[in-house]
Design a protein around this ligand. Structure first.
Ligand code: DQA
Length: 168
């Protein structure tokens, strides 16, 4: 699925796209594919729509993907608040290191009223820094996906689709 300048897949702008899902990425994730490829792999975030299509098949036509990345915690909170106003149905959130430090971001996920799936490209539980095993977000997320590379985002979208469509 190609994307336009706003990060929306044109094929998904049709009225039959009932589910809007925001793929929200935090600090240091813009350069996924270049950053520490031994840990995070060589795929870029721009590969995510194709991975979603692979997993969802024809159902991907019912999902409108939106993308946002910021290195700043406040901007992630601003985007989540905007998502609430826009009626976004679900969020696949990789908050990067804010996962482990971001109480303000967690406070937002707690109240925002949008189902959030926490995503990590790496298996944070197998990393040597023990702080990566702690998540401020997990208590307020519907689930956590870690260790499946970029496919983790597609798995999160699939899980949100199942939940939103009642097929879970
Ligand atoms: C990460 C894991 C975090 O611990 C780290 O700070 C990141 C990426 C992941 O996707 O594996 O930036 O969220």
């Amino acid at each position: 699925m190609a994307q336009d300048d706003n990060g929306v897949c044109p094929a998904q702008k049709a009225p039959e796209t009932p589910y809007s899902i925001l793929v929200l990425n935090g600090p240091n994730l813009a350069h996924t594919g270049l950053r520490c490829p031994d840990i995070y792999g060589r795929r870029a975030l721009s590969d995510i729509p194709a991975l979603v299509e692979t997993l969802l098949g024809e159902r991907s036509a019912q999902v409108r993907l939106l993308f946002f990345q910021s290195n700043c915690e406040g901007e992630l909170i601003n985007r989540l608040e905007a998502a609430r106003n826009e009626g976004i149905h679900g969020v696949a959130l990789n908050a990067g290191a804010y996962t482990h430090t971001g109480l303000a971001l967690a406070d937002c996920v707690q109240w925002i009223g949008i189902p959030v799936v926490e995503v990590h490209i790496s298996n944070v539980f197998a990393r040597k820094e023990t702080i990566r095993r702690h998540s401020f977000l997990a208590p307020y997320s519907v689930g956590v996906i870690a260790g499946f590379g970029l496919m983790g985002y597609a798995l999160a979208v699939q899980a949100l689709y199942a939940r939103l469509s009642g097929s879970d």
